[in-house]
Design a protein around this ligand. Structure first.
Ligand code: ATP
Ligand code: MG
Length: 264
């Protein structure tokens, strides 16, 4: 039995007169790995920001571990952390360890405990040896891993990645993605917003947004096998899925699936 971590009930959000989220209902279990996909402007970032109280609902409610984001935003932020697209905008410290310490310092955590958390978080993302480096000397992928460490040091239960790999080169992207998979394996709840369908395919559930609504959700295999639907809402279909559709193969999502089927 999975425990609920996030409950979104009839959530609508308006920027002045513009309706960006339209009656969203979604629940996310503790330890789940869910991907959110959708065309530009479909409302993904607005939804993300509603998950930790950076934005609060115009209508409806968002509950994190049972806590309403409009009632106790500080507790909510100790449970849900965010990693955004641009690694440079997330740097707050002149050296890596200070950067990672920033979050727990703001929470008033004891300094000795902060040191311990910083080392643990940096070691989890494989950046401990860069502890005394200036963040500005790191690659994009390394900066994003430091940003992830900053969230880990706050000991949140969930991390929302809003296009966190979009500005990275292929190497940085794969570094960050394998960090995400390791965190999930350790029990962290992962919400991955991405326009890379190959990344979304790693999640256990995919939710598709269009025009401020969640228009479909299901397993990656289910979502990605409907090529016509994805094209209709303006999403790119993974190459492996396109090939499988052309070859009339079913149940193909990854390169390995495809190779396996073609070998038969
Ligand atoms: N600060 C803002 N003020 C007014 N409208 C906004 C603001 N931010 C977003 N919007 C509008 O709200 C809608 C949803 O935007 P949002 O950024 O959530 O989409 P998105 O799915 O994250 O898009 P992208 O893939 O480009 O990141 C869009 O129509 C957008 O133009
Ligand atoms: Mg966005």
């Amino acid at each position: 039995m999975v425990t609920l971590l996030i409950e979104i009930k009839d959530l609508s959000y308006k920027y002045e007169e513009r309706l960006a989220l339209d009656e969203i209902n979604l629940t996310i279990g503790d330890g789940e790995f869910i991907a959110i996909i959708g065309a530009n402007g479909s409302g993904k970032s607005t939804l993300a920001k509603n998950l930790n109280g950076l934005l609060t609902p115009t209508e409806g409610r968002v509950l994190v571990d049972g806590i309403d984001t409009t009632v106790d935003v500080w507790t909510v932020r100790t449970k849900v952390g965010m990693v955004f697209q641009n690694p440079d905008n997330q740097i707050v410290g002149a050296i890596v360890e200070d950067d990672v310490a920033f979050g727990p310092e703001n929470l008033g955590v004891d300094p000795i405990e902060i040191r311990r958390r910083v080392d643990e978080a940096l070691s989890t993302v494989g950046m401990l040896e860069y502890k005394t480096f200036s963040p500005y000397k790191l690659s994009g992928g390394q900066k994003q891993r430091v940003a992830i460490a900053g969230v880990l040091a706050m000991q949140t239960k969930c991390i929302v990645f809003d296009e966190a790999t979009a500005m990275l080169d292929p190497r940085g992207r794969s570094e960050v993605l394998s960090t995400i998979e390791q965190l999930h394996a350790k029990g962290m709840t992962i919400i991955l917003i991405t326009h890379f369908m190959e990344e979304a395919a790693r999640a256990s559930r995919v939710a598709v947004m269009s025009g401020g609504k969640i228009v479909r959700q299901g397993s990656p295999l289910k979502i990605f096998s409907d090529v016509k639907f994805l094209e209709r809402i303006g999403l790119e279909v993974p190459m492996t899925v396109q090939l499988a559709a052309r070859l009339r193969l079913k149940n193909v999502l990854t390169v390995d699936d495809l190779v396996g089927r073609l070998r038969r």
